[in-house]
Write a new protein. Structure first.
Length: 234
């Protein structure tokens, strides 16, 4: 007599065998953390290297000669947009100016609208373009016949200096529209100077250190994730 075997029914709510624990996600995260750590390390090292290339704390252009037959030389508006930048990290800018004739010069920086108001009616030159290789300064002459007031006596300047020899103006970079002005200290026509510009780029060192710190944190995270994958394998 042939026996029959009736399969045992499985309850609908019976649990299925547990799936193997996935190791894919921790491995992918570890790889991504390691990759970003390498990028942070490279960028941080580059920032610190650049900071080390400063000359006595400054990145400085070479001296260039600027001359005009007018009473003043001003720059066009320099738009400093620092709304999304920590003003404390913007650093300083520097202008170093020496009269070619050896006389006293005045150097100042102020809001553009104040400089324009001070020079209103005075013949002056505005620096509109500057090429460095080869060096060429393009200026636009603004006519006028008024003798300007003593520049050093004005209260519009955010930073200024005057005197004989090389005059060094250091300015804490601020948000807004600014113009630099160079004149003979007595306001006489015929401005002829050697000048250079520089910046301390003070953000480079904290940026580099911050990126290196981020690289360290990401490296530790990658190591933790790798250790988790290894434990799961065993």
């Amino acid at each position: 007599m042939q026996s029959t075997h009736t399969p045992t029914p499985v309850a609908a709510d019976a649990p299925f065998p547990a799936a193997p624990r996935s190791r894919t996600l921790p491995g992918v995260l570890a790889a991504l953390a390691g990759l970003v750590a390498v990028l942070f390390l490279a960028a941080g090292g580059a920032a610190l290297y650049a900071d080390g290339q400063k000359d006595d704390g400054w990145f400085t252009t070479s001296d260039a000669r600027f001359s005009t037959d007018t009473r003043a030389l001003a720059t066009e508006s320099l738009d400093m947009d620092l709304e999304s930048f920590d003003a404390g990290l913007a650093g300083q800018a520097r202008l170093q100016v020496t009269s070619a004739a050896g006389g006293p010069v005045f150097v100042g920086i102020a809001p553009t609208e104040d400089v324009e108001r001070y020079l209103a009616g005075t013949e002056h030159a505005t620096l509109t373009d500057l090429d460095t290789s080869p060096f060429r300064a393009t200026t636009e002459t603004v006519p006028g016949d008024r003798t300007p007031a003593d520049p050093a006596a004005q209260d519009i300047w955010s930073a200024s200096t005057s005197g004989t020899g090389t005059q060094s103006l250091e300015w804490d970079i601020e948000d807004g529209d600014w113009s630099a002005l160079v004149m003979n200290a007595d306001g006489s026509p015929g401005v002829d100077v050697q000048a250079s510009a520089g910046a301390d780029a003070s953000f480079l060192k904290p940026l580099g250190l911050g990126l290196l710190g981020g690289a360290l944190v990401l490296s530790l995270l990658a190591a933790v994730l790798v250790a988790r994958v290894v434990r799961t394998d065993h």
